[in-house]
Write a protein that binds this ligand. Structure first.
Ligand code: UDP
Length: 281
């Protein structure tokens, strides 16, 4: 979900750049900052050499409404494997909203912290499913969990994660940050900062950031580019505020894009004019 601001809100109008009615089509300005140059061998068609892909749990449920859709897992696994084979270093953070969310469990009477623990466990289930899919497509993958489960995941160790990336393995970061009251968006920003990702690719079910939800409002206007501060001030639901302020402070840009369009992950990493670019300033 990308936006929730009220149309006609003058405070919002005052801080946002001019939106446009249509999603991307024109060439976009190059984001600043040189690629890290790692790992070696990344094909020159790619703008980014090291990225952090954030996939929500909801994206994995496909049309099922709950749990995991094998076709969606297969499609995402294939796309990631192909890009990783080209030499792009890929870290992945997966949400858990297709199974449990702490806040929703709390509204049903559960203790919030317990609910958040269940939500974090849900992300581990998704991470294992995603790992299986990627390995079926022939790419080595490691799951690193923020909560120790050493029988079937590695613990999160930053230096080890970076080493895996350098060896061409995809690293899936599971269990969010390991702390309650936070989201996997915040985990994505944290891990992106820790592994030195050049950008966070935030996969959604719409084409990017709009002034209101385009699935409910056909007249929603699209933002090709924003700063985190603009998104925070206008209360656009791009990511939660904690995640956005951390990304802003750490200087990590994000591209919000539509995962439902096959091939979009690659297009974003190639720097094509897909989605909304959110810059730190
Ligand atoms: N969660 C948490 N701490 C974290 C990350 C996640 O407590 O650092 C819990 C929280 O309950 C959250 C759930 O895990 O609702 C699933 O994560 P999220 O809602 O971010 O998943 P998504 O919306 O991306 O599917």
């Amino acid at each position: 979900m990308t936006s929730n601001s009220d149309p006609g809100d003058s405070a919002v109008d005052a801080v946002l750049p001019e939106p446009r009615k249509d999603p991307p089509g024109d060439a976009r300005e190059e984001p600043s900052g040189e690629p890290s140059g790692e790992p070696s061998g990344a094909a020159s068609v790619y703008r980014y050499r090291r990225v952090l892909l954030k996939i929500s749990g909801e994206a994995l449920q496909g049309k099922l409404g709950f749990g995991l859709d094998p076709d969606v897992l297969d499609s995402i696994g294939l796309q990631i494997a192909e890009i990783a084979r080209d030499g792009v270093a890929m870290g992945v953070v997966i949400g858990g909203g297709n199974i449990f969310r702490g806040q929703i469990l709390e509204s049903h009477g559960l203790n919030r912290v317990t609910g958040d623990h269940m939500g974090m466990l849900a992300t581990v289930i998704n991470a294992l499913a995603m790992q299986d899919s990627m390995e079926r497509h022939g790419i080595e993958t490691r799951v690193q969990s923020a909560i120790k489960m050493t029988e079937f995941t590695e613990p999160f160790i930053r230096r080890r994660a970076v080493r895996h990336l350098e060896k061409g393995r995809v690293v899936i970061f599971a269990a969010g940050t390991g702390n309650p009251y936070l989201t996997t968006d915040t985990a994505a920003v944290l891990r992106a900062s820790e592994i030195g990702a050049e950008a966070i690719l935030k996969a959604t079910k719409v084409d990017g950031v709009y002034d209101k939800d385009p699935l409910k409002h056909p007249d929603a206007a699209f933002f090709p580019r924003l700063t985190y501060m603009e998104a925070i001030r206008a209360k656009l639901k791009v990511m939660d505020t904690t995640a956005m302020s951390l990304a802003m402070e750490n200087g990590v840009p994000a591209v919000v894009f539509n995962l439902r369009k096959e091939g979009n992950i690659k297009k974003v990493i190639m720097g094509e004019d897909v989605g909304t670019l959110i810059t730190p300033s």
